[in-house]
Design a binder for this molecule. Structure first.
Ligand SMILES: [Zn+2]
Ligand SMILES: [Zn+2]
Length: 242
């Protein structure tokens, strides 16, 4: 029944609001607000370090030297795009200008990518939480918007309540890797136990991984066996990311 209602909803929506490319205004393709040429031009990320997603000069599925020396608390990173235009425009448009259509698009593209890796399907998705003060200022959590689309398309439960942000940190952009780690330390708290064994942390942009590592530490220490990181874009250290 759910499927039928969903099917009808899609047909009516497509008739009322035909998909339109958010980048160029042409008709969208495959029910998305993105046309085929714009889709083909997106900066799809090459597979880097399987653990942290850092760029590597080799294409193979390897772990970078940094992760070998200081393994992060998370087990794997799945990054869809490089943090470059026009992905940067989409992420910033959602975050700072409430372009919810951008969130649906990014979530839909990430869902499609992760659907092709069913072996990595987690039991739960946890979007990186905002501090309550920041949440009140912004009125929404951009990562939770992306997570909503993942739930809709993949059916993986999303939980925005198990962890909360207890410390308001200065923006991570512009800080060195060491400063980011210090800045984010003890920023989160576990509100309730997490019974799931395999969890994916979702962030819009990952740069050094300091934020998701702090969250992964909390979850691992509470008994979660596997923590993956999913992100729409992976910024390299020189670029300004979150
Ligand atoms: Zn287009
Ligand atoms: Zn690595």
């Amino acid at each position: 029944m759910h499927e039928i209602v969903n099917g009808w909803r899609r047909i009516i929506q497509a008739w009322l609001y035909p998909p339109t490319c958010v980048l160029c205004g042409d008709p969208g393709s495959e029910d998305r607000d993105l046309c085929s040429p714009c889709s083909a031009a997106l900066p799809v990320r090459r597979r880097g370090c399987s653990r942290c997603g850092a760029n590597l000069s080799v294409e193979r599925d390897v772990v970078c030297g940094r992760c070998q020396q200081h393994p992060p608390f998370f087990d794997a990173t799945f990054a869809l795009f490089d943090y470059e235009e026009p992905v940067r425009h989409l992420i910033r448009g959602l975050k700072f200008h409430r372009r919810y259509a951008y969130g649906r698009l990014l979530g839909g593209l990430l869902a499609e990518h992760m659907a092709s890796h069913p072996e990595h399907r987690p039991e739960l998705i946890i979007p990186v939480p905002l501090h309550p003060v920041r949440y009140r200022e912004r009125g929404f959590n951009q990562t939770a918007e992306i997570a909503r689309e993942l739930w809709r398309q993949l059916g993986i439960p999303v939980d925005a309540e198990t962890v909360c942000r207890v410390r308001s940190t200065t923006a991570q952009a512009g800080l060195s890797a060491d400063e980011r780690r210090t800045n984010i330390r003890h920023a989160f708290r576990l509100v309730r136990p997490c019974p799931q064994r395999h969890v994916a942390l979702l962030d819009d942009v990952v740069t050094t991984g300091a934020t998701v590592n702090e969250l992964a530490k909390l979850l691992k220490n509470s008994g979660v066996e596997r923590v993956d990181v999913w992100c729409c874009a992976r910024a390299d250290r020189s670029s300004p990311g979150g």
